[in-house]
Design a protein around this ligand. Structure first.
Ligand SMILES: *[C@@H]1O[C@H](CO)[C@@H](O)[C@H](O)[C@H]1NC(C)=O
Ligand SMILES: *[C@@H]1O[C@H](CO)[C@@H](O)[C@H](O)[C@H]1NC(C)=O
Length: 487
């Protein structure tokens, strides 16, 4: 290249506004709090406003409400939020309630007024960024929503013609072609399937996505219904967005989920979530399943450390609907935050909410009064702080694969660099004496959930009494200056 040309290039590049798009590697050290915008916080700060989840109606949460509760989120050690889709939705009440969740778009270029104004949204992004946090946007490009059987294509912006959509057919979930080409929906609301095989449609969506990211400065995307669009489409969309993309492929089989990572940065770790739900919530759960699944994911997927590790979300029953035992809930939280991958915690999990299937799992959080003293808030805060500390003091912590070991039918040990944590499904009140080995001789350790100190013997063995709670052990010397357990 001519040096003159190079100089011109340098001049052009340095004149560009210096927003730094958040790449996959920049997201790896984040911990994400998933907000369902309508159910998280209201602008008026109400902690009593009623919300009947079974009605499936708007309950009044807003972007302004999120701004007002960022202290609550960052106070727990989260460094990113994920918000509901922002686009305009079908209006009014359908046989399936209202579009409070954001998955029934009609106009991609208009905002959902129920969540606030354009200025509110800009203020939210700015408020998140001013704390050094990231914001991930949930995006829906698989379909546009239509109430009733007569499809009004002219309502869809920017794809306002039937030729941009697949012809109607009902999805056969055993047939991947059908999953990609046919329509979701429930009889009241049709989810009219965008023809993402059409080049004009693809370039229209690329343009939309690039503008959206530039306009609002979102740092990452959550890709709704990833399995419903052919894989190569996602590479194009994420390239246009130029931010980290985490896809939703709702399936427990790594053979089905992992291949998508060739086309996007990461995915929700559904396989681990499904196994953890049964392994950790009852004393009859099989802890070995967790080990096998972690190993399968590592073998089969390109990079598990870019997956989102989660235990609850808006589509699945909360962990609190399987068990209310505080010790088991803590074990789930420990795996949620300390396993390989980017933690994603669904709002309300920290308050041990108990909603089961959609719509019961979409409770109004304000009814808990955002208490920071009880339930799982202290545990989650300690776990996030430890992960943040380990990640910021060791450049290899996040990319080092956790090593799982079965210690007994109800206990596993997980080692990730200098971190050792022990999980059990025995529940509150259990008590088992055991000896762990493999520590450095005479190593001083801190159990960070209780701030108790322990020392391995000269052979690196640590006798301990495991109760139902998880144990999270970290070398004391590596905690100095962290503020964790007052060190
Ligand atoms: C993540 O890592 C980047 C540098 O790679 C650093 O600037 C940032 O503060 C870290 N964020 C957190 C939350 O640890
Ligand atoms: C799968 O679905 C596609 C699209 O609806 C259809 O054309 C095809 O015949 C189906 N294949 C099988 C084996 O059912």
């Amino acid at each position: 290249m001519h040096s003159q040309l190079l100089l011109i290039l340098v001049a052009i590049l340095s004149a560009l506004p210096c927003t730094i798009a958040a790449s996959a590697s920049a997201w790896r050290n984040r911990s994400i709090y998933q907000v369902m915008t309508d159910r998280f916080s209201r602008s008026d700060g109400s902690s009593t406003s009623a919300c009947q989840t079974s009605e499936r109606d708007y309950c009044g949460g807003t972007w302004r409400g999120i701004i007002n509760k960022l202290d609550y989120i960052s106070g727990m050690g989260f460094t990113a939020i994920w918000i509901s889709p922002i686009g305009q939705q079908i209006n009014g009440r359908t046989g399936e309630g209202e579009a409070y969740h954001g998955y029934w778009p009609t106009n991609l270029y208009a905002l959902n007024e129920r969540f606030g104004t354009e200025q509110d949204l800009r203020d939210l992004v700015a408020a998140v960024h001013s704390r050094g946090m990231y914001i991930m946007l949930d995006v829906v490009v698989n379909h546009f929503a239509n109430q009733g059987d007569i499809i009004v294509y002219s309502d869809f912006v920017p794809l306002s013609d039937s030729r941009y959509f697949h012809p109607k057919c009902d999805i056969d979930w055993g047939n991947q072609t059908s999953i990609e080409l046919c329509w979701m929906g429930n009889g009241y609301v049709h989810l009219v399937d965008v023809d993402t095989e059409n080049d004009f449609v693809v370039s229209t969506l690329e343009t939309y996505m690039a503008a959206l990211i530039t306009n609002y400065e979102f740092d990452g995307l959550r890709l709704d219904a990833s399995r419903n669009i052919r894989k190569p489409f996602w590479t194009k969309l994420c390239l246009a967005a130029n931010v980290y993309c985490q896809g939703e492929v709702w399936a427990g089989d790594p053979e089905l989920v992992c291949p998508y990572q060739e086309y996007m940065d990461g995915l929700h770790n559904y396989p681990m979530k499904e196994v953890a739900t049964t392994a950790l919530t009852s004393s009859t759960g099989n802890m070995a399943d967790l080990i096998n699944m972690a190993s399968k994911m590592n073998t089969r997927c390109k990079d598990v450390t870019l997956f989102g590790t989660f235990m609850e979300n808006h589509d699945n029953p909360r962990i609190g609907s399987f068990t209310t035992d505080p010790a088991r809930l803590q074990n789930v939280a420990a795996l949620n935050i300390l396993a390989d991958g980017i933690p994603v915690l669904y709002y309300g999990q920290e308050q041990a909410l108990t909603g089961s299937n959609d719509p019961a799992n979409r409770e109004a959080l304000w009814l808990t009064d955002y208490r920071t003293t009880g339930n799982l808030v202290p545990t989650i805060t300690s776990l996030n702080r430890l992960r943040n500390h380990a990640a910021s003091t060791s450049p290899t912590f996040l990319t080092t694969s956790a090593v799982y070991t079965l210690l007994s039918s109800s206990v596993i040990r997980v080692r990730k660099e200098n971190l050792v944590f022990v999980l059990t499904n025995t529940g509150s009140g259990a008590s088992a004496a055991m000896t762990m080995d493999g520590f450095a001789p005479s190593l001083d350790l801190v159990e960070v959930l209780t701030c108790t100190h322990a020392r391995a013997d000269e052979k690196g063995r640590l006798p301990l009494v495991l109760r139902g709670e998880p144990m999270v052990l970290y070398p004391e010397s590596l905690l100095s200056g962290s503020g964790i357990c007052a060190l």
